[in-house]
Design a protein around this ligand. Structure first.
Ligand SMILES: [Mn+2]
Length: 397
């Protein structure tokens, strides 16, 4: 905190402690209503000069001003870390930003608890530090190296999933086409279908691998007959040709879903997955290292999809389909540093944060830090002369 400047000479803090309210009893008002003759009088005229009370109470001191960027996160602008809002694709293109945060406040496709539509706003607000952040784990100030902006939310309306998915696809494509890395805040996991499709289309279909952290495979053919549920996006990505099955790697699966026939389909696509049991036995770091190699087996860059329910619900309860027995928050944050530090990141999403089921913002904070860990790892890459932006990007259109 900056030091307050010294108060001006003759600081008008009332002598003798608390001020007596003006006009109060025994305030020394002359019977005629004329100004009191006594210089110590606390009385004011009926129409005091502007600022008279400020001077009396000490509110005319030259207090410091702060940029919005440095103010607390609960004050002022509601963008991610109070970063500049750059929603216009042409402006984004001209600016040449490294990363753009996008909100996808959509949860019409959930199978159980709703609420993830409120995720982007909660994630953006879930921090107590602002300004020039300093990553202690990576020893880098992410915003000193990266130009990060907030591209705003997709203009979603409720109960129109086809429109929502189309608009998510368009906005992510606009951002990716500008060369900036899109980091999308969900929203339920169905948003990964349009989001990763857009990134793969800009980068080159079939050349983007996916590392997908989740308790669930999300590779069902349909949820109660619906093809675009939050249990189906990974199958749509592979079926449509946006992503190859052999470059699609899942980490953290556990629980009692999906059924055996779905795993048979996944195997037939060449997909690879790492159960929670394997992480328990080998440790997260070794498993994530394998996942990176598998996703890059033919891929050039990686799209990272983080379903917050990969974290144990004891640490991340604010989610729609909680599955006990998951990763620790610290393991997930380390895994993100590991992935982003090792590969070219093409895009990322953080999904399934449902604030109504959260406690003490712990799930929103985990999601927020997941984004910061990715940004910090990108900053390390750039500080070492590495590539962050996608320079071969084609113009939006
Ligand atoms: Mn999921």
């Amino acid at each position: 905190m900056p030091d307050l400047p010294d108060p001006p000479a003759g600081s008008p803090v009332p002598a003798g402690g608390a001020a007596t309210p003006a006009g109060g009893e025994a305030a020394g008002v002359a019977p005629s209503g004329a100004p009191a003759a006594d210089p110590a009088s606390r009385a004011l005229a009926d129409a005091p000069e502007a600022g008279a009370f400020a001077a009396r109470n000490g509110w005319d001191r030259p207090f410091p001003a702060f940029d919005d960027f440095d103010l607390p996160l609960y004050v002022g602008s509601t963008t991610f870390q109070k970063l500049p809002l750059v929603a216009d694709p042409a402006e984004l293109q001209a600016r040449g930003a490294d990363v753009a945060i996008i909100g996808a406040p959509f949860d019409d496709a959930v199978s159980h608890r709703p609420g993830a539509r409120l995720g982007p706003r909660a994630i953006r607000a879930a921090n107590y530090t602002t300004g020039a952040l300093n990553s202690l784990q990576l020893g880098v100030e992410p915003f000193a190296w990266l130009d990060v902006v907030d591209a705003g939310d997709v203009g979603i309306v409720p109960a129109w999933p086809e429109r929502s998915h189309a608009l998510i696809y368009r906005k992510v494509r606009d951002v990716a086409s500008s060369g900036a890395i899109p980091i999308v805040l969900g929203g339920d996991h169905s948003i990964t279908w349009p989001s990763a499709t857009a990134v793969a289309e800009v980068r080159r279909p079939g050349r983007v691998g996916i590392v997908h952290f989740d308790a669930h495979a999300d590779t069902a053919n349909e949820d109660w007959g619906v093809l675009a549920g939050h249990g189906t996006p990974m199958r749509r990505l592979i079926e449509s040709g946006a992503v190859l099955g052999r470059n699609f790697v899942q980490v953290g699966l556990r629980g009692y879903w999906p059924p055996v026939e779905t795993f048979a389909w996944m195997k037939a696509q060449g997909m690879r997955w790492h159960l929670m049991r394997e992480i328990e036995e080998r440790g997260a770091e070794a498993v994530v290292a394998d996942a990176i190699a598998e996703a890059l087996d033919g891929g050039e860059a990686i799209y990272l999809s983080l379903d917050i329910d990969v974290i144990d619900p004891g640490m991340a309860p604010g989610t729609g389909t909680p599955e006990p027995g998951g990763l620790l928050t610290r393991e997930v944050l380390r895994a993100i540093r590991q992935v982003v530090g090792a590969v070219e990141l093409a895009g990322m999403d953080v999904v399934e944060v449902s604030p109504p089921y959260d406690h003490a913002e712990q799930t929103a904070m985990a999601a927020h830090r997941a984004v910061l860990e990715a940004l910090s790892a990108l900053a390390v890459r750039k500080s070492r002369g590495g590539v962050v932006r996608f320079e071969a990007a084609r113009p939006a259109g």
